[in-house]
Write a protein that binds this ligand. Structure first.
Ligand code: ADP
Length: 396
């Protein structure tokens, strides 16, 4: 079965066509600058990337261009659109309504729309992509896969904030968590990779990308995660602050003469390792800076790694122990320095780092020594494949 995986943002759209039997990516790419001027990237497996600039006034034209590229006589990955058997859509927020992926129907879409308040930038964009696909591919089964769904198993003690309960009752203010598709995929995969029984396991997943979050997974179910009502909470990220004293908001607003939108912009876009280093949100630049003696780049890496280690400590308490820790996403998979720094705090758990193994990047690999009491591994995430698998499971 061929599954088209769509991840639709407000002005961009990522896609992959995956053969779910072989799990091979047949073609992939990206539409950018939708509603501005339009830029299409398309790459058939084994061929070079093609970039073009066709007009893309709305997501509908963008998706039409993707479908045209997929069946293009010369470089198409398939001959006919009938070879797209299902579409899997990433949806950011499913609120408390979706604890798992769901087949897309009119009722289902109405329920997603009710969650728009919780993700006002992302959910409406996701819905536009779904509606455009429905118009262009009538009759093709579609599935929504939610970033929040995996975390819906969290107990009340983990998801309630210390706020007036009526905010939860009236507005559903609570911890939801994000990157759920990745946390689910990686926790299952590390258990398989290490030959563990996931139904009797305590796993911590550190998804360290530009956006970063950690989750505690017991017997295959999420029991806590670091992102909250929005993706701003938790770890120090590329440009997001993560946890701060909430009183800083009023303090900065007064000092810098900012309104609430201005403060939120600082916390989402100008903080994190970018804000600390004054140089970059990218760890490659931070490492270069540190190696050239830039003290703020070094501080950013230290603050980031220390926060990750503190969360791991907290989740060892939440799980009352830990069997395995997975590092995933851009930094988790590719930055030996960060993994080494994080693990340097975890000796008390009987964890020892295999320094040679830790020099590797981007593949399933154990990076703890054979006598380490807890297994630590690099596990590359693959959210598109996870969405394709979920889609197949629901439409078969
Ligand atoms: P997102 O999906 O949130 O955009 P990714 O998971 O793709 O993020 O991670 C992107 C980040 O990964 C980059 O900003 C960079 O900090 C880090 N990264 C990627 N490659 C490397 C590398 N080779 N060495 C160190 N860090 C890297």
């Amino acid at each position: 079965m061929n599954v088209l995986v769509i991840n639709c943002g407000s002005s961009s759209l990522k896609y992959q066509l995956i053969n779910s039997d072989t799990e091979e990516v047949l073609a992939k790419g990206l539409c950018e600058r939708i509603g501005i001027d339009g830029m299409l990237t398309y790459q058939k497996a084994g061929l070079d990337k093609e970039v073009s600039n066709p007009p893309m006034p709305t997501h509908k034209e963008a998706i039409q261009l993707v479908l045209d590229a997929l069946v293009n006589e010369k470089t198409g990955a398939i001959k006919d659109l009938s070879e797209v058997n299902a579409v899997g859509h990433r949806i950011v927020h499913g609120g408390e309504k979706f604890a798992s992926s769901a087949v897309i129907t009119d009722e289902m879409l109405a329920a997603v729309e009710e969650c728009n308040d919780l993700a006002p930038l992302h959910n409406p964009a996701n819905l536009i992509g779904i509606n455009a696909c429905k118009e262009l591919m009538p009759g093709v089964p579609m599935v929504g896969v939610f970033d929040t769904a995996f975390h819906q198993t969290m107990p009340e003690k983990a998801y309630l904030y210390g706020l007036p309960y009526e905010y939860y009752e009236k507005y559903k203010v609570r911890r939801y968590g994000f990157h759920g598709t990745s946390h689910s995929f990686v926790s299952k995969h590390i258990a398989e990779f290490l030959g563990m029984d996931i139904n009797h396991s305590k796993i911590i997943v550190a998804h360290l990308g530009n956006g970063a979050s950690i989750s505690a997974v017991k017997d295959g179910k999420c029991v806590d995660t670091s992102m909250g009502l929005t993706p701003l909470e938790g770890l120090v990220m590329g440009t997001r602050s993560g946890d701060i004293d909430p009183a800083i908001m009023e303090f900065i607003a007064k000092k810098e003469n900012l309104d609430i939108a201005g403060v939120m912009n600082v916390l989402n876009k100008k903080s994190g390792v970018q804000g600390i280093s004054k140089v970059s949100s990218d760890f490659r630049d931070l490492e270069d800076g540190m190696n050239n003696g830039d003290k703020l780049c070094e501080a950013a890496i230290e603050v980031f790694s220390y926060r990750v280690a503190k969360y791991i400590g907290a989740y060892v308490a939440a799980l009352n122990g830990v069997d395995a820790i997975a590092f995933t996403a851009g930094i988790g998979e590719n930055a030996p320095l960060v993994r080494e720094k994080v693990m340097s705090y975890l000796g008390y758990l009987g964890i020892t780092l295999d320094e040679e193994a830790n020099k590797n990047r981007g593949k399933d690999l154990i990076i703890s020594t054979p006598d380490s009491k807890v297994k630590v591994a690099i596990i590359p995430t693959n959210e598109e494949l996870a969405i394709a698998r979920e889609t197949v499971a629901l439409v078969k």
